[in-house]
Design a protein around this ligand. Structure first.
Ligand SMILES: [Zn+2]
Length: 294
């Protein structure tokens, strides 16, 4: 599957994108990419409340040193809701995740906000050589608030840049996870009345599965090679996330092992232990169900 399809309009040719996708978790130094840019589609009628959570924040690009404004979320205003089963955060009125990527309008460099400023000299050169040279500045006006498809495209640009700059596995995996989470919401939103709509929904489901799988594999690599905290997660949150992902891919022994790590720990918090225990009952139930079906 071509995970990075749809970036052609930013000057990234599809062959390059497919090549980058194959090289996602390879460590070797390879040449990738053409220009990446920024472009957003017009959004439909939006609730006024989402705008109230946003403010323009000035950011300096580490690659081209120019300053630009991003849409930042007023964190103090956010009201946390119950997260999804796999810790995907939820908030009232707004999904801050949609605004989690910074895209430099001057040079095309894009990354999730927490990774945006942290580049080595070598990485800056890679981005300059493979993204900025071909970058064409977007002339369309940015929508006031982002819809899911706009957000997904921005994360895909960030993923492409992370492959080009040889980012750590955790950064690439986390970017894939966010894309998968956004697709999960998009699937719920998409209608399925016509054949065409059904096709689009099926595509979104495939994309969700592929990105979720990439995230699962990438985090396993990250856990084996990086120190905690990884992307803000301690070892138990990561174990729990990996268990959820393994469970969804029917890798029950992997899921059980990760859950046991949490349950047997002396230091894991009650909150995560409770979640792990709940997941364990689902795993046991599912294994029993599937063995009965055989
Ligand atoms: Zn820049």
């Amino acid at each position: 599957m071509n995970l990075l399809a749809g970036l052609e309009k930013f000057g990234i040719n599809s062959e390059r994108a497919q090549k980058a996708e194959k090289e996602m978790y390879e460590d070797s130094t390879k040449k990738t990419g053409k220009g990446a840019g920024r472009k957003e589609k017009e959004t439909q009628a939006q609730p006024q409340s989402e705008l109230d959570y946003l403010f323009p924040k000035k950011v300096q690009c580490v690659v081209c040193t120019k300053e630009f404004y991003v849409k930042a979320v007023k964190n103090t205003k956010l009201k946390r809701l119950q997260p999804d089963f796999d810790l995907r955060p939820r908030y009232q009125d707004i999904d801050p995740m949609k605004y989690g990527v910074y895209c430099c309008p001057c040079c095309g460099y894009s990354a999730m906000s927490q990774f945006f400023g942290h580049l080595t000299k070598g990485q800056i050169n890679l981005v300059r050589e493979q993204i900025c040279v071909n970058f064409v500045r977007n002339k369309e006006e940015e929508p006031d608030i982002f819809d899911l498809e706009t957000a997904i495209t921005r994360y895909k640009l960030a993923l492409y840049c992370s492959i080009v700059k040889h980012a750590r596995n955790s950064e690439k995996a986390y970017t894939c996870l966010k894309i998968a989470w956004l697709y999960r919401d998009l699937i719920k939103e998409l209608p399925e009345n016509t054949q065409e709509e059904k096709g689009k929904k099926a595509e979104a489901k495939d994309a969700y599965n592929e990105f979720y799988k990439e995230a699962f594999e990438g985090f396993q690599k990250a856990v084996a090679s990086e120190d905690f905290p990884i992307c803000g997660m301690d070892t138990y949150s990561m174990d729990y996330l990996l268990a959820c992902m393994a469970f969804s891919f029917k890798q029950y022994s992997y899921a059980s092992k990760s859950v046991q790590n949490i349950l047997q720990s002396q230091t894991a918090e009650r909150r995560i232990k409770d979640k792990a225990l709940e997941l364990k009952t689902y795993i046991v139930e599912q294994i029993r169900k599937e063995s009965e079906e055989k």
